[in-house]
Structure formats: C-alpha cells, structure tokens
Write a protein that binds this ligand. Structure first.
Ligand SMILES: [Zn+2]
Length: 437
C-alpha cells in the first residue's frame, strides 16, 4: 500500500512536470531526415556500454541511444534525435498532420523509458491495462514511421523508473526487486533470475517516501564486455543505505560484490552522509565517480585501489555530472532536498541554482569553466538545468524556464518550458537548440 502511495506521489510529480510543457507550439516535425537514408548504424551493437549512457540517476527522465548519425533521446516520454554533424534536433514522428499530442497515434510519443541501442532502437513501456500491469519492449523505426511490440516482460508492481538495458542479445531488467535477463524478443517465461537481494524485508524511508521491502532496492545497470554491473543501494547497520556495485560474469552468471561508495573517513571531508556516489561511470574495469562537494575519484575494480583525481569542493560545493570516455562535465546545481531533509540525495533530479559548467578530463585535469549566463539571457528565468550527455565535444542539457501566472498579484499557476541546449566544450559557446514538448 505504501509503495502504491509512493508511486502515486511520483507519478503526480511527473505528471505535473510533463503537463508543464503542454499546450505549446510544436517546433518542427520529425521526419525521415532524422536518420538520413532510413538506414541506421547503431554503434557497438553487441555491447551496451555505449559511451553515452548514464545510469547514474535512475529517477532521471532521459534515456539515450547512440548511432553513427547522432543521438536518440527520450525526454518525458517523447523521442527526439540530435544530428551529430548539423546539431539539428527533431521529434521522431513522420506521421503526416500529427500534432504529437495523442498516445497510440504519435510515433514519437513513447510513454516509456530505457531507450536501447541494441539490435534496433527499442524502449520499455510499463502501463496498466484494465488494472493489470503490462511491461513491454517496443521497437521504433528510426525515421519515425512506425512502432511495434517486440516482447512482454515479467511485471509485478514494478517501479517504473528502474531502467532496463540491452547487452549482447539480452534484455536485463528488474521486477519485484529481482534482477532478470531474457533474450531480446524472447518469451516472458524464459527469463532467468540473475540476482535476488537478500535483505528486502525492511521498509526504508527515503526523503519523503517510504519504500517497502524489495522495492526499496534501486538498481542501476551497466554492461561492459562479459560483465554485467549492477549498482544497488543496500541498507547498512547504521540505518543509511550505501551504493554497492556487483559484477555478474556473463559466462557463468556468478555474482560478486566489487565496490561500494567509500565512507567519509576513507575519502576525507565528504559531508553528504556517505551513502551514494553522485554520478559514476565504468570504463575498462575502472569505476569513475563523482562525490558532490568532494571531488572526482576512480577505483580499479580488479585491485580495489581508490584514487582521488581532482578536488572540486572549493569551486563546486554541490553539483551533477555526466561522463563520457574522456570527459566529465559538472554543473554546479544544488539538490532541492538539502534544506528540508537531514539527508542529501546527490542524485536527486530536483535541483536548482546552476550557473556554470565545469569541464574535466577523465584523469581529473581541469579544462574549462563555461558560464551559462547566455541561456538565462535567451530563455528567461531558468530554474533547473539537467545534464543529458557529453560526448567530449559537446555537453547537452535540458533547461526548465518557469513562467508564473498571477491574478490580482497572487500566483495561480506556473508553466515550465523545457529547452534542449548545447555547450561547445572547445569554444565555450552555449546555445538553445530545441524547444521540447
Ligand atoms: Zn507525432
């Protein structure tokens, strides 16, 4: 029951946010030009560990797939494409005369998450049909001409934001706190159990919500070569939860713990309760992680050796990061729960007050500080800036500019206009690219 209430609260928040973007003129229609000649070249189709996927914030609203031509990404259930060469952004719907507002009509309207760049562009939709939850993998034509169902997944009171991933012919997903894998396109009942959290009995209070039993374990999935990594927030004896990383050997399906967020006494003055890395990224068996207020770190997962790469605390007291294979971008935003809760959730998507982007190399070298002031000049009162991805040349992020309507001087409503923006990491130029629906 509590879980339902929690989900309802989350849905209410998401609905509010997505409604904030409604009722706006569509800026351009998606068309076949999204993918040029209608063929699509997926990068590294056998390996999920595409450079640009971030599974650092499971409650973040953006999912990504990379192709040679550019990036597909989902924002609040809508599918967009960013052309890598021209930086042109389009909504991926090629239906003539579509106003992009209707479910089951508009091809860009996925109402799902977890975009996969596997054998094809696919995503996961998790909806209730006649009170029965139905979780499916659906494929989209990259030119926005059609969608179809690929397979159904086990679903039982799943938490919607738990991301699935695709890796080497399999879909990895979570249902009722259990980690499964199933062949892409395979039957629902052929799914194999990879891992079940042992300690699922306790309720946990997280922020304003109580999570019940198995649902309290949040996963973030990552795959590289023959290893599936999964980060879970396991409860500790002191009442906190701590991010703990497991590695599943995809040859024999054995699982072992390989990392956990270091505590403050291991890494120095990290005041954010030591529970959760703000952001992390795995490359060649090394986990790179950002501890808000306390720098950039890495741990070699085979030796367990942890190293500090850069101090960021003085310049960036709090922040959110995105990684690529050679670049880390951090915006200096502040989690909104900071003032209202004893705990700070570094990965909280509810953040504000960012005004600059800081660029580092993977080795911790500071490269550049980029002011975001031009965006405020162009877009008005920007309240939040959410990083979507960096590819080393550019950083992409979504800004929300709030406009408040008043009556007799009293606020009666607000509307959030979301804009996809880009920072050129070489020149430092920042610019709005596209007004999102
Ligand atoms: Zn449409």
């Amino acid at each position: 029951m509590k879980t339902r209430r929690w989900m309802a609260a989350l849905l209410a928040v998401l609905l509010t946010l997505s409604l904030g973007g409604c009722g706006k003129e569509t800026v351009g229609k998606g068309s076949g030009e999204a993918s040029g000649d209608n063929t699509i070249a997926l990068l590294a189709p056998d390996d999920f560990a595409g450079k640009l996927h971030q599974y650092t914030k499971p409650d973040q609203h953006y999912s990504l797939a990379e192709t040679e031509a550019g990036y597909y990404f989902v924002s609040y259930g809508m599918l967009y494409f960013i052309d890598r060469d021209t930086q042109k952004v389009s909504l991926v719907c090629a239906k003539p005369d579509c106003d992009h507002m209707q479910d089951n009509v508009c091809n860009a309207r996925l109402n799902g998450t977890a975009l996969h760049g596997g054998e094809e562009i696919s995503y996961v939709r998790d909806i209730f049909e006649n009170t029965v939850e139905r979780k499916t993998v659906r494929a989209v034509e990259p030119d926005g001409t059609a969608q179809r169902e690929v397979q159904e997944l086990k679903a039982n009171n799943s938490i919607g934001y738990e991301r699935t991933i695709y890796h080497r012919g399999y879909v990895y997903y979570i249902s009722e706190g259990v980690l499964y894998r199933v062949k892409y396109g395979g039957a629902k009942d052929s799914a194999e159990v990879l891992w079940t959290p042992a300690n699922t009995g306790e309720d946990q209070v997280q922020g304003n919500y109580t999570l019940v039993g198995a649902y309290s374990v949040q996963y973030a999935l990552w795959a590289e070569e023959d290893t599936l990594y999964f980060m879970v927030n396991l409860p500790r004896e002191d009442g906190t939860t701590r991010d703990t990383l497991f590695a599943c050997d995809l040859q024999d399906l054995s699982v072992q713990q390989v990392w956990e967020t270091p505590s403050a006494d291991e890494v120095g003055a990290w005041e954010t309760t030591g529970v959760s890395a703000s952001q992390w990224y795995i490359s060649d068996g090394t986990i790179y992680f950002y501890l808000a207020g306390n720098g950039l770190w890495k741990t070699d997962l085979s030796t367990g050796k942890t190293e500090k790469l850069a101090d960021t605390g003085d310049q960036i007291p709090y922040g959110s990061a995105v990684y690529s294979d050679d670049t880390v971008c951090i915006v200096n935003d502040i989690p909104k729960f900071w003032e209202t809760s004893e705990k700070v959730y570094p990965g909280s998507p509810w953040r504000y007050d960012a005004d600059a982007l800081f660029v580092y190399g993977m080795d911790g070298t500071f490269r550049k500080e980029i002011s975001l002031q031009p965006l405020f000049d162009a877009l008005g009162q920007v309240s939040t800036i959410e990083l979507v991805l960096t590819d080393g040349q550019n950083a992409y992020f979504v800004t929300t500019a709030m406009t408040y309507s008043t009556q007799d001087g009293f606020p009666i409503g607000n509307k959030g206009d979301k804009t996809l923006c880009r920072a050129d990491l070489e020149t430092g130029e920042v610019s709005p690219l596209y007004t999102l629906l």
